[in-house]
Ligand binder design. Structure first.
Ligand code: SF4
Length: 496
């Protein structure tokens, strides 16, 4: 309910000349609209013009505001990239909006455009190394674009190889350079990225929901450490770096990704239902109704209701026209917002024993107010269930989870959190339950150790337990050499 935010959504489209003609600008606009849930502060697009130059438009606001012309004010093009942003590093201003286009000065390098989803833990250190007169923003994304521009090597591929050892953290990238479209995912695969096809044309996007929106077929995820190059010859794939452990952000399943997307071979909606079923097994209670905190908790609440046999009801209705909490400038207005954000269905609440299912509890203040409102409407008992384990640590990889001091679960027992929020009982899904829901679709025959070990191999869950980070983010920000370049495996995996 107290929303966490992702940093960005990205998309790139390459339309081949011999393929069915598509207006790349309109397709990019539509794809960005379907990724709007990943960032709503700014949006941008960069495309090749007919003479090979890169032309871009960026602005503050939602996709439909910045691209009310569906991008047709930009040149007609065969290839372009797009970006929607929510600021977790760098402030919310147009200078920090992507994609970043660099190298456009006269007699300089050929231009490069970069759209980035993620956060580098050593972003400030990288920025400090760059010529300060080149910096126009305060983002990691611009730092990556400038590093690529100034790296040694005759091609974008060579430059990417040379900068990977410096990049510490999460980065899914789509890049325009050399008349081609490139896509790269960090070696841990912390942010999602997938490849799809529209006839003879290709699309790379943060989530498969963007492919669905365009009628594109889902081909596969972009692998962690993989560089994909798309040109008139098709798709070329190369593993530039491999790490023993992968670390997709587990919150992509719990909350961030669109419920219709698929990640690592699993449908997000199905995982959320399984989270709810696990929650019911771990924290059963006698009650009259299971109630989701809308919208993202609905599948988990349905899973809880199914596994518990308790009736499901949407006794809390989201007010579609209220603004999002985070844009309110002060605490007083933020608190008032709760009353505007939800409408409560009194006949369902009065005298009822409720199981309230939410996908995360961050500071706890918003939930505390909702619980008070439910009591005011006559709820007899309120049992809160969270489909994520307790959040006890900040995120260093681009999600706006606050520092420990602000996290209600940090340094408190579950009972203390329940007392603070004012509920009759509180149950968080365990780490093993999280692993079981993701990896086995609720198969509860697997033991806790096995499902936790598998979760650890595949996902980041560092905001729940520090060992869930793929590496120590504080130490990594200080180390000089992060990934030895010789680790890379320069074998071409396939040409399509
Ligand atoms: S620390 Fe938490 S929010 Fe951040 S990437 Fe890891 S799982 Fe996601």
């Amino acid at each position: 309910m107290e929303r966490l935010h992702d940093a960005c959504g990205i998309v790139g489209i390459f339309a081949r000349e011999n393929g069915e003609s598509i207006d790349v600008r309109r397709y990019l606009t539509l794809a960005l609209t379907s990724l709007q849930h990943r960032g709503q502060e700014s949006a941008g697009m960069a495309v090749y013009s007919s003479d090979g130059k890169i032309v871009s438009r960026i602005g503050m606001g939602k996709v439909r505001e910045i691209f009310s012309d569906t991008g047709t004010g930009l040149p007609e093009t065969h290839c372009g990239i797009g970006h929607v942003r929510y600021s977790t590093t760098g402030s919310s201003c147009v200078e920090n909006a992507g994609p970043f286009v660099v190298g456009t000065e006269p007699n300089h390098y050929e231009a490069i455009a970069v759209a980035h989803n993620g956060n580098l833990v050593n972003g400030p250190a990288l920025r400090a190394q760059l010529p300060q007169e080149l910096l126009n923003s305060t983002t990691d994304s611009e730092a990556i674009a400038l590093l690529l521009l100034h790296a040694g090597g005759p091609s974008l591929r060579e430059r990417m190889i040379s900068i990977i050892p410096q990049l510490r953290g999460a980065y899914s990238l789509v890049i325009l350079a050399e008349g081609k479209l490139f896509a790269m995912r960090d070696p841990w695969g912390m942010r999602p990225l997938c490849l799809g096809r529209i006839g003879e044309s290709w699309i790379v996007a943060s989530e498969s929901c963007a492919l669905d929106r365009l009628g594109a077929s889902f081909i596969r995820k972009v692998e962690p450490g993989e560089l994909i190059t798309i040109d008139e010859q098709g798709v070329h794939s190369e593993m530039l770096v491999r790490m023993p452990r992968q670390a997709l952000c587990v919150f992509e399943y719990i909350y961030f990704s669109d419920a219709t997307s698929r990640l690592n071979g699993r449908f997000v909606y199905s995982v959320r239902e399984a989270l709810g079923r696990e929650l019911a097994r771990e924290h059963p209670i006698e009650a009259d109704l299971v109630v989701p905190v809308p919208d993202s908790s609905i599948p988990a609440a349905l899973g809880y209701a199914e596994a518990s046999g308790i009736a499901y009801s949407q006794a809390i209705i989201k007010n579609r026209y209220s603004d999002r909490t985070f844009i309110k400038p002060d605490q007083r207005l933020r608190q008032l917002e709760v009353d505007l954000k939800f409408n409560l269905v009194r006949p369902k609440i009065e005298g009822a024993r409720l199981v309230i299912v939410d996908d995360s509890i961050v500071r706890g203040n918003t939930m505390k107010r909702l619980v008070a409102a439910l009591r005011h409407y006559g709820a007899k008992e309120i049992h809160l269930r969270s489909s994520s384990p307790p959040l006890r640590h900040p995120c260093h990889f681009g999600i706006d989870i606050p520092q420990e001091v602000e996290l209600v679960a940090a340094g408190r027992s579950v009972q203390e959190v329940a007392d603070y929020i004012g509920v009759d009982s509180l149950g968080y899904l365990s780490i093993a339950g999280l692993g079981r829901a993701i990896n086995s679709a609720g198969d509860n025959t697997l033991d806790d150790e096995a499902v936790t070990a598998r979760l650890h191999r595949e996902f980041c869950y560092g905001c729940m337990e520090k060992k869930g980070w793929p590496f120590d983010p504080v130490g990594a920000a200080l180390s000089a050499q992060f990934i030895a370049p010789e680790r890379r495996d320069p074998v071409i995996r396939g040409v399509q």
